[in-house]
Design a protein around this ligand. Structure first.
Ligand code: SF4
Length: 302
């Protein structure tokens, strides 16, 4: 049972760097907490956790009622740049159907003509196509769909409350057909579970995922391996213990020295993914400047 709490936040634009230093001016999260409940979610770690326990993260959603008004005020005093929406909670989680905070935020961003990069696992984003299309006439609009695999059985275990991958792919296609630049975030790659590489006939392989997003309009793919920290690690290991017991030893070895898998594994995976992205002609250098060059060669932040 999800508990919704309406509240007024103190700030909404979380500046990532001092204004003017980077085209990314900051992140905006319309909600605190995320109903999608992904078992690998990095926000469960102590460094990011907004609540006392990881359970609360998935079952208590704070609705930032005053977020649109606060953002309006912040953007009046900000020079142009790109705003990232959805870095620590999905802006199109089920709460958005009722509370429309993300839609209102997009209206404010459209009024001030800021570029935007949205991260989501939900097809609900297609509801806001009207605003996205209008905004994209003048500034850069990027939508990154987070999809770790097309294998529904794996998704049911690790993303129990998120829309199934097919819905995300259909939404990607719809946005692309309407002129919005879309891409795919394959993050995190789960070692020995979603890291199968090459077989395009295998629904769970990375190649099939990359081929599918390409054929549904994706212009870029970015990827990264699972990191494991403190409470998030404990919770992930309990899923392994329940569902993938034979992998526990392999994970202990892979993550014995750091929060990321050992370097050799990461390098090998990274190299093979680069090859696949080249094969399907997808961008993989995800610096903002390069992405903007790909999207709108004439765009500049002056
Ligand atoms: S959608 Fe993103 S923020 Fe929400 S639970 Fe999943 S990984 Fe965490």
């Amino acid at each position: 049972m999800i508990k919704y709490i309406n509240y007024n936040c103190k700030t909404i634009l979380n500046r990532t760097k001092p204004a003017g230093v980077d085209p990314f001016i900051g992140t905006v999260n319309p909600y605190t907490g995320c109903e999608h409940g992904c078992r690998y979610c990095y926000v469960q770690s102590e460094k990011y956790l907004p609540y006392k326990t990881p359970d609360e993260l998935f079952y208590t959603v704070k609705i930032k009622d005053n977020a649109p008004a606060l953002l309006n005020y912040a953007l009046e005093k900000t020079s142009q740049g790109m705003i990232c929406i959805g870095s620590s909670a999905d802006p199109y989680q089920p709460a958005e159907k009722e509370y429309l905070i993300t839609r209102e935020i997009l209206n404010i961003i459209n009024r001030h003509q800021f570029s935007v990069h949205i991260f989501t696992k939900s097809d609900l984003i297609t509801r806001d196509l009207d605003i996205l299309k209008d905004l994209a006439k003048r500034v850069t609009v990027l939508v990154s769909f987070s999809i770790i695999t097309l294998d529904k059985n794996i998704v049911d275990v690790f993303e129990p409350n998120a829309p199934e991958p097919k819905k995300r792919i259909n939404a990607m296609n719809k946005l692309s057909e309407n002129g919005i630049t879309v891409g795919c975030s394959i993050m995190p790659i789960l070692p020995y579970i979603t890291d199968k590489l090459d077989n395009p006939a295998d629904n769970g392989s990375l190649e099939e995922l990359i081929r599918t997003v390409k054929s549904n309009g994706a212009k870029y793919v970015w990827s990264g391996c699972l990191t494991l920290r403190d409470k998030q690690r404990q919770r992930y290991e309990s899923i392994l213990s329940d569902r993938f017991k034979p992998l526990i030893g392999k994970y202990r070895f892979l993550y014995s020295a750091r929060i990321s898998p050992e370097e050799k594994y990461c390098n090998r995976l990274h190299y093979r993914i680069e090859e696949l992205l080249d094969k399907y002609n997808l961008e993989h250098d995800f610096s903002v400047e390069n992405t903007l060059k790909v999207v709108q060669p004439e765009f500049s932040f002056v």
